[in-house]
Design a protein around this ligand. Structure first.
Ligand SMILES: *[C@@H]1O[C@H](CO)[C@@H](O)[C@H](O)[C@H]1NC(C)=O
Ligand SMILES: *[C@@H]1O[C@H](CO)[C@@H](O)[C@H](O)[C@H]1NC(C)=O
Ligand SMILES: *[C@@H]1O[C@H](CO)[C@@H](O)[C@H](O)[C@H]1NC(C)=O
Length: 416
């Protein structure tokens, strides 16, 4: 679907207006339903991209490991809320008539909630369950009341009886209204109170169960951009959008190594350049739309630093190269299953036209690769964040517990 956010929102409202209230329309779609999403950059100076992504990685891993039985309440961990420089947001309608919320698209979590910015507006479709919902993200947390309500993702994708949280208290979500969690449903288990053994069907689960989509999967496409705000992304529910990729779509199973196995986790190894210098041995880690950077376990990142000669720029919070070093930078090769994905030198850097906006210098080239920090090791050795996912078409096939990647017209783009 090609429409601007405003037009899409209008179409969604129109679709609701034309639906007779109470009438259940169950028509299984033959093609995926698409939802546009935007990347927004926030250069207020208070944001810290690296701290945000590292704190998130640490908390995701901790939460996964401290819930070995999976059906245990998430521990309340000390959360240092950090705002991020960059977020990926879709406009989602809740209620009837729908209130529009700007929600973070997150494959690293699976609860849907609103009320961080714009408060939850109850309508005739809101059902208060009396339960509480609590989710810890590392880069923030939310605690709220559970409601069942109608969620409009797109015209033709109007999910009824969706559980969502209405925030009472939250932290770390400045500039957005909440999250649409599209990760594995197991990530919701233990987030409900008082019944901490309960799991909560995700939007994808409900869309599939209600016959609104004909495959239990999500496809994600994002065209790299240097604009501060750009609606370049497309989330497709219930199938893949063949127009968004070029090469074959290759699938690998979700990794079996915990804790990455509880996320949209995969096994991958990474080499550098034509010499195939090892960077990351075959390891388990996660793909995550809620992380911006590409994070490697410390040893792997150190290997990359030794080859590239990058140094840390404390003012920017990213590693940097001189233009000469950048001229010598080679591709990283991601070996995922039987596929090798080439991540070009241009893909490895922050858009140079935005250097000064992040407090950097036009005389340097900043890297979007970084150290995973204390989360490294034991089945959580990398986070392939959005800077990676922007270069490939990416599919989370929940029905078959597999993840797919394909090249796109932007895989080799020199946008940065
Ligand atoms: C609505 O969803 C809740 C949990 O999210 C579930 O317990 C309940 O059975 C659902 N009701 C209907 C009518 O599907
Ligand atoms: C930008 O970040 C600042 C502080 O980090 C926050 O107060 C503000 O709400 C953010 N704005 C947007 C549009 O995200
Ligand atoms: C990207 O460039 C490499 C090397 O020039 C080439 O082998 C590859 O086919 C290109 N990929 C795409 C998707 O265009």
């Amino acid at each position: 679907m090609v429409c601007s956010l405003r037009i899409c929102a209008f179409l969604a409202i129109l679709a609701i207006a034309m639906t007779v209230p109470g009438e259940a329309v169950v028509i299984r779609k033959t093609s995926p339903v698409t939802l546009p999403f935007a990347r927004r950059l926030n250069f207020t100076g208070a944001a810290n991209l690296l701290q945000h992504d590292q704190a998130r990685a640490k908390a995701l891993k901790t939460a996964a490991l401290t819930r070995p039985g999976k059906f245990q309440k998430a521990p309340i961990v000390d959360v240092l809320a950090t705002n991020t420089l960059s977020d990926y947001v879709a406009m989602v309608g809740v209620g009837s008539p729908p209130t529009e919320y700007a929600l973070l698209i997150d494959t690293g979590s699976s609860n849907t909630w609103v009320g961080a910015g714009k408060a939850y507006v109850q309508t005739s479709t809101s059902i208060h369950t009396g339960n509480l919902v609590e989710v810890v993200y590392g880069s923030g947390f939310v605690m709220g009341e559970e409601f069942l309500d109608t969620v409009t993702l797109a015209p033709g994708l109007v999910i009824t009886n969706q559980s969502l949280g209405a925030a009472i208290e939250d932290s770390g979500f400045d500039g957005v209204d909440g999250i649409i969690g599209i990760g594995p449903v197991d990530r919701t288990c233990g987030t409900l109170l008082p019944d901490a053994t309960a799991c909560i069907p995700t939007v994808t689960d409900n869309a599939f169960a209600q016959g609104l989509i004909n495959a239990h999967q999500i496809g994600i496409s994002f065209e790299p951009t240097t604009s501060v705000e750009s609606t370049n992304g497309e989330l497709s529910f219930g199938g893949i959008d063949e127009s968004k990729f070029t090469g074959p779509l290759n699938f690998v199973p979700i990794t079996s190594t915990p804790p990455a196995s509880t996320f949209v986790g995969i096994d991958q190894s990474v080499t550098y350049g034509v010499a195939n210098t090892p960077i990351l041995p075959l390891s388990a880690g996660i793909t995550d739309t809620g992380t911006t950077l590409l994070l490697f376990a410390t040893e792997a990142f150190d290997a990359y630093l030794r080859i590239t000669g990058a140094v840390f720029d404390a003012e920017v919070g990213l590693f940097r190269l001189t233009p000469d070093q950048f001229a010598n930078l080679e591709s990283l090769f991601f070996h995922i299953g039987d596929t090798t994905l080439e991540f070009t030198p241009n893909a490895q850097i922050f858009p140079r036209v935005l250097n000064t906006a992040i407090g950097g210098s036009p005389d340097f080239v900043y890297l979007i690769t970084n150290d995973l920090g204390p989360a490294s090791g034991e089945g959580f050795d990398f986070v392939d964040g959005m800077v990676f996912l922007e270069r490939f078409y990416y599919v989370f096939d929940a029905a078959n517990s597999q993840v797919g990647f394909a090249t796109t017209p932007f895989t080799n783009a020199t946008t940065n």
